[in-house]
Design a protein around this ligand. Structure first.
Ligand code: NDP
Length: 300
């Protein structure tokens, strides 16, 4: 293996430390404690675990955590009423509605009801527009985490060729916008891209957000490129026992690591950065709400 491993777990810990230090300063100097409210509708076990982790990490960095659990058959009206209350609560600086929502609830409508300045996930259409026009936005957490790792590893990204594989609203498109803002030359590849291997081979930076296990192999990678693997896929792991599964990314780690200059593993790469960036976004929202300077090293 030639590639350096970009350790997302360790880097996320440093991001949380930075957040905690700036939260402590906020409290001491301004008497303000950032607050993050998470709304969970229904009992999806994966979402419950994720929400529990978010709450735990929020408290660990010194912020206030507010959890709103609602029944799976909650009406849109009831959910919108909770969001309205949080929008108007000065102790709440960030609001996150855990997705996916049950089918009877309109996600666009619900996300659109969050006050844009409290939109900790950066999914509100106003924040999408602000990011797309290089203005001060709330930035989606996963792409923000990828950007932080890239900057930390490489410094300035200006002039680099970047290929983002995947064009979803939550990862691919905001990732491409962030890289463009950092002056990369950006290509977005997707399921209709012709000769996608050759497109990726041009890239100094490859970010994959596809959801297809180990699709990107070493022969897609330019020697020395930085590979950021957002994908989280479960595949059978017979070596662990019958019926066991393991997590892999969109990148075939073994072959890509032979060619790349640096690579994120799965698990332990992008994944841990997502909650760390949620905390960073909540701190950013709190600073903005109080007319204070943006937190250092924690924004796009
Ligand atoms: P989506 O399903 O919304 O988007 C997948 C994208 O991949 C689409 O744009 C699709 O193209 C493209 N795609 C699908 N098949 C191919 C192919 N064969 N070749 C090229 N492109 C292809 O996924 P998300 O963006 O929500 O998530 C992507 C992955 O990232 C998933 O594994 C998810 O679990 C993971 N993820 C991880 C997070 C983390 O915290 N680490 C957070 C969010 C997501 P088209 O538009 O043409 O259909």
């Amino acid at each position: 293996m030639t590639a350096a491993i970009i350790d997302g777990k360790a880097f996320a810990a440093t991001v949380r430390e930075k957040v905690a230090a700036q939260v402590a300063t906020l409290k001491a100097d301004h008497g303000v404690t950032p607050g993050l409210a998470v709304v969970l509708v229904g009992e999806d076990p994966a979402s419950e675990v994720y929400v529990r982790n978010k709450g735990k990490q929020t408290v660990e960095v010194g912020m206030n955590s507010y959890e709103h659990k609602m029944d799976a058959d909650t009406t849109e009206e009831a959910l919108l009423a909770v969001i309205d209350k949080l929008n108007n609560d000065p102790a709440v600086h960030g609001i996150l509605v855990q997705l996916p929502l049950p089918d009877h609830l309109n996600e666009d409508l619900v996300i659109g009801a969050i006050a844009p300045e409290k939109d900790a996930d950066g999914f509100h259409i106003s924040n999408v527009g602000l990011l797309g026009t290089s203005q001060k936005a709330m930035v989606p957490c996963t792409p923000l985490g990828c950007l932080m790792m890239l900057r930390d590893h490489h410094g300035s990204l200006s002039g680099l060729n970047a290929v983002v594989v995947g064009r979803s609203n939550i990862v691919g498109k905001p990732m491409a916008n962030l890289l463009l803002r950092d002056s990369c030359t950006v290509t977005i590849a997707h399921s209709r891209t012709k000769d996608i291997e050759a497109v990726c081979r041009q890239a100094d930076i490859v970010v994959t957000a596809v959801g297809r296990p180990q699709m990107v192999t070493g022969d897609w990678i330019k020697p020395g490129a930085i590979v950021i693997d957002v994908g989280i896929n479960r595949i059978p792991a017979p070596e662990k026992g019958e019926g066991k599964m393991r997590l892999v990314g969109d990148v075939d780690f073994a072959s890509a690591a032979e060619v790349a200059g640096a690579i994120t593993p799965v698990p332990g790469g992008v994944g841990p950065m997502t909650i760390a960036c949620l905390l960073a976004n909540t701190l950013t929202a709190c600073c903005r709400a109080n007319g204070l300077a943006e937190p250092e090293g924690l924004t796009a």
